[in-house]
Design a protein around this ligand. Structure first.
Ligand code: GLC
Length: 702
């Protein structure tokens, strides 16, 4: 529809029809075979309610989407099509590794590819909008939703968030886009106090702007047309009713012109936060904050017409909200083609061989080799496999949209094709050591079950189970080489067992291709290349912990001193830090050349990094460039990732790679919330992780 015609459509709409566009309901209310249970059963919906809403959440098949859209349009006076929305966060039917695992690939191109394929599957199952990427920064392993994030670093987060959006929507939203990206949760959700889900958040405005907003900003610049508000508070006001954060920071500072949707029932949660007395109050507050769509709280459905008629909310405000939604539907081509791909559903596009192959490619770059003593991996001799994850196919993690388990092979099934492998049936600690007599090496597949992470799954104990710690120690003390493949949706504290393990692969949850990828890594067909996107703490007592921390006024120097920033019972350092990950190539940085030592703000700092691959394994490495501003107007992290590049080297190859950083990019958000770059000295640190770094000093000056 021509943009001008949108205004004509708005002018034809009654106030009831306008309010309907601001309401989102679950698809379960539209399907006869749905079993409506739990909180949903309390909703009392009339047919008028159902057939006036603007969008539906959670429809899972093309057939159901087609049925609902058809019936809706038959009953819609103005035939404004529904938008169908869902949480496609790492695939639809063919499941990719959980987002935190994919972030460990440090491969933006791969993320964009994944999002493109996910968009194809989504479009063929009737979904128009995905609530992804989750751009929340994650630094506390106790929080369950780390698995949905891009980890602890703001630079990596923003680069990946941008590529998610470009993969879903293409270069910009158009009728050819498969999916509309709704970036979430704006903002600061990962800062929940004590890592406890939905808890209080306290954060300075400056830290929000410097560490938390950049990823949303990049997603918006990449064209994301929706943003979801977060459950948490900022400045002691729930974000969903917080004018300063939504109307101020998101819409005017970050220049977001699109549609803001609340999280599930978040609008009426203002009552529980004690910011509102009833749903009418909630509706007014959320509307004034410019939340356009009310996801499942019914506050808008039940109160906005009255609020407009009483003059408490002006109709012009409603018109602006409705126009944002109508333009979104129009730009996505929904008026011309309400059924998008549904009529000619391309069956081949779902669970197709090329998508399955792509999940394997992404999984291969998402599992991290944390430890490999004496290059025990890859295994070339007979070995045993044991553990609860060998006999299941539950490798999707806690939230995989419609992951099809029928196309997943178990680790037992895949490894059993290898004559060098014996599978010992899992019996917890009740195994007989004799079962392992014929091998020197045991590979354990252990860790957190999928339901132990995800939304509302915060934990205070992030160790492996006692039983699995015992299994490791028992096998090691029997003289075996013990290798652990650890599944998890969060960083676990594996300190109790790390010295008993000859090698460790951190697998997170790798999705559909888990078994074949782990087999190929363990046997050397795949050379691992992933790096931690989130540090592994030594103990939960260190949480939140992250690599880009501060010197403090009493830095813990090498010399022993009691009055410094430290613990008396634990190191300050994580067990494995952000950026850590081994390969079979054991590549080294031979040297770093820097063209000069002084730069003005308009110049690029050019680094020439020589990498040597001394091994017989071709493979990839991630060159990481960190900076430290030696004197600034606000405290600066000891190191900040400012560039990274994933590079490939053949066996035995030595090669130079050029990395450029704009001198301006060494800046930060100052105390006046302005981006500024100090003139002065900086450390430029280059490494293949965030701890072993070659350091150069440069000066930025006129
Ligand atoms: C959930 C999550 C959000 C999700 C929404 C819809 O509560 O917080 O990430 O997109 O509801 O499922």
């Amino acid at each position: 529809m021509q943009k001008e015609a949108i205004l004509d459509l708005l002018n034809e709409m009654t106030i009831e029809e306008k309010i309907g566009q601001l309401v989102q309901l679950s698809g379960v209310f539209y399907l006869d075979d749905s079993e409506i249970t739990g909180p949903l059963a309390s909703y009392e919906l009339t047919n008028e309610n159902k057939y006036s809403v603007g969008s539906i959440i959670g429809v899972t098949t093309a057939e159901n989407a087609l049925k609902i859209q058809t019936e809706y349009l038959e009953q819609s006076r103005l035939r404004i099509p529904l938008l169908f929305m869902a949480d496609i966060i790492h695939g639809v039917n063919t499941i990719y590794p959980v987002p935190i695992a994919m972030a460990c690939s440090f491969n933006p191109k791969l993320i964009k590819e994944m999002a493109t394929f996910s968009g194809v599957e989504a479009a063929n199952t009737g979904v128009h909008v995905t609530f992804s990427p989750m751009a929340d920064l994650a630094r506390d392993a106790r929080w369950g939703r780390n698995m949905e994030t891009n980890g602890e670093d703001p630079y990596l987060n923003k680069i990946l968030a941008e590529n998610y959006v470009k993969g879903y929507q293409g270069s910009s939203l158009s009728p050819n886009s498969n999916l509309i990206s709704c970036v979430k949760h704006f903002a600061g959700y990962g800062l929940v106090e004590s890592g406890r889900e939905y808890n209080y958040v306290d954060v300075s405005e400056r830290v929000l702007h410097e560490f938390h907003y950049p990823a949303y900003q990049e997603a918006i610049k990449a064209g994301a047309r929706m943003v979801m508000s977060s459950f948490n508070t900022i400045n002691s006001i729930p974000v969903t009713v917080n004018q300063k954060i939504i109307k101020g920071d998101l819409r005017s500072n970050l220049n977001f012109k699109g549609v803001v949707i609340s999280d599930w029932s978040a609008i009426t949660e203002a009552i529980h936060h004690k910011l509102a007395t009833d749903s009418k109050d909630c509706a007014r507050l959320a509307c004034e904050a410019t939340i356009d769509i009310d996801m499942m709280s019914m506050a808008y459905q039940d109160n906005l017409v009255e609020l407009v008629k009483s003059g408490e909310i002006c109709e012009q405000q409603i018109n602006q909200m409705v126009l944002r939604i109508l333009h979104l539907k129009n730009d996505y081509g929904l008026f011309e083609n309400p059924f998008k791909n549904l009529k000619g559903v391309k069956k081949h596009a779902v669970k197709s061989p090329d998508i399955i192959e792509n999940t394997k490619k992404v999984a291969a770059e998402s599992a991290i080799l944390l430890k490999n003593n004496d290059s025990v991996l890859p295994l070339k001799t007979k070995f045993a496999i044991y553990g609860k994850f060998t006999e299941t196919t539950d490798y999707f993690g806690p939230w995989s949209w419609q992951g099809d388990l029928k196309i997943v092979k178990s680790i037992k099934a895949v490894f059993s094709n290898n004559n060098d492998v014996i599978h010992v049936p899992y019996q917890g600690m009740n195994f007989d050591l004799q079962d392992f007599d014929s091998v020197e090496t045991v590979v354990l597949f252990i860790g957190e079950n999928a339901h132990e992470s995800g939304e509302a799954k915060s934990k205070t104990n992030i160790n492996l189970s006692k039983e699995e710690e015992e299994i490791i120690k028992t096998l090691k003390s029997s003289g075996k080489k013990v290798i652990a493949v650890i599944f998890s949706g969060r960083p676990l504290a594996i300190t109790n067992v790390v010295q008993y393990l000859d090698a460790i692969i951190y697998a997170w949850f790798l999705g559909t291709s888990t078994a074949i990828v782990l087999h190929d890594i363990i046997t050397g067909k795949i050379n691992p290349s992933a790096k931690l996107a989130m540090s592994l703490p030594r103990t939960v007592g260190q949480c939140p912990i992250y690599y880009n921390n501060y010197a403090t006024g009493r830095p813990k120097a090498a010399a022993i001193d009691s009055y410094v920033s430290k613990y008396i019972d634990c190191s300050n350092q994580p067990l494995y830090s952000f950026g850590h990950g081994l390969t079979y190539s054991n590549m080294k940085i031979k040297k770093v050349e820097i063209t000069k030592s002084t730069y003005n703000l308009g110049e690029d700092i050019e680094l020439r990094v020589w990498i040597q691959n001394p091994s017989e394994y071709a493979g990839m490495e991630v060159i990481q460039v960190y900076v430290n501003d030696l004197v600034a107007s606000v405290i600066r992290p000891n190191k900040e990732l400012k560039a990274f590049e994933k590079v490939y080297l053949n066996a035995g190859e030595t090669k130079a790679f050029i990395i450029n950083i704009s001198a301006k990019e060494l800046g930060y958000i100052n105390e006046n919330l302005e981006f500024s770059t100090d003139l002065g000295e900086f450390k430029i640190m280059v490494g293949l992780n965030s701890e072993e770094l070659l350091i150069n000093k440069i000066k930025v000056g006129d």
